[in-house]
Design a protein around this ligand. Structure first.
Ligand code: HEC
Length: 151
């Protein structure tokens, strides 16, 4: 019994500490690393899709579908990392992300709509050309946001 108590105490303490941790503000550098990490995962997945869209690499349906699915699961993720005080630091995000938050939000929505449109095409069993064209549209929405909000 005693042994059990001694061993479970630190675990309980750790749990309490972790809960305090989440209640506190996130370290800006962590937020920056987080969003950049997710954008790297965007690239890993979207890179081959863009290559196939542009005909630079042969269309490989299995790979295309896998990467599209993974990109769809990531599409909601980076935005959380643009925390209030993470505008300065080792970041390529422009001040406009915070100063023109409405437009930034709009670009996020447009991007997510393009990703959702691709998912819908996949569900419908669309043809290669349609899939490639929609991947191109996604690429344009990445670009449109980068043009205004990334250095
Ligand atoms: C709504 C805006 C927006 C959209 C959409 C967007 N990005 Fe970005 N992206 C940014 C911003 C802002 C940064 C700069 C982040 C930073 O340095 O803090 C960035 C950074 C990046 C980076 C650099 C990450 C690093 O290593 O520092 C890559 C790669 C990237 N984006 C790829 C993509 C791809 C691929 C897409 C589309 C599939 C995409 N992004 C869509 C805003 C966007």
């Amino acid at each position: 019994m005693k042994k059990y108590l001694l061993r479970s105490l630190p675990v309980a303490l750790l749990g309490a500490l972790m809960m305090t941790g989440t209640a506190q503000a996130v370290d800006p550098e962590d937020a920056i690393e987080y969003r950049q990490g997710v954008f790297k995962a965007f690239s890993w997945n979207f890179g081959p899709m863009a290559g196939m869209a542009q005909g630079e690499i042969p269309f490989n349906e299995e790979m295309f579908l896998q990467r599209a699915d993974q990109l769809a699961r990531l599409a909601d993720m980076p935005w959380q990392g643009f925390t209030e005080d993470s505008d300065l630091g080792d970041t390529d995000a422009k001040m406009e992300v915070w100063e023109d938050a409405d437009t930034f939000e709009q670009k996020i929505e447009e991007f997510k709509e393009e990703v959702a449109a691709l998912e819908a095409l996949i569900d419908e069993g669309a043809e290669e050309m349609q899939l490639r064209r929609q991947a191109g549209n996604i690429g344009q929405s990445c670009q449109a946001c980068h043009d205004s909000f990334r250095d």
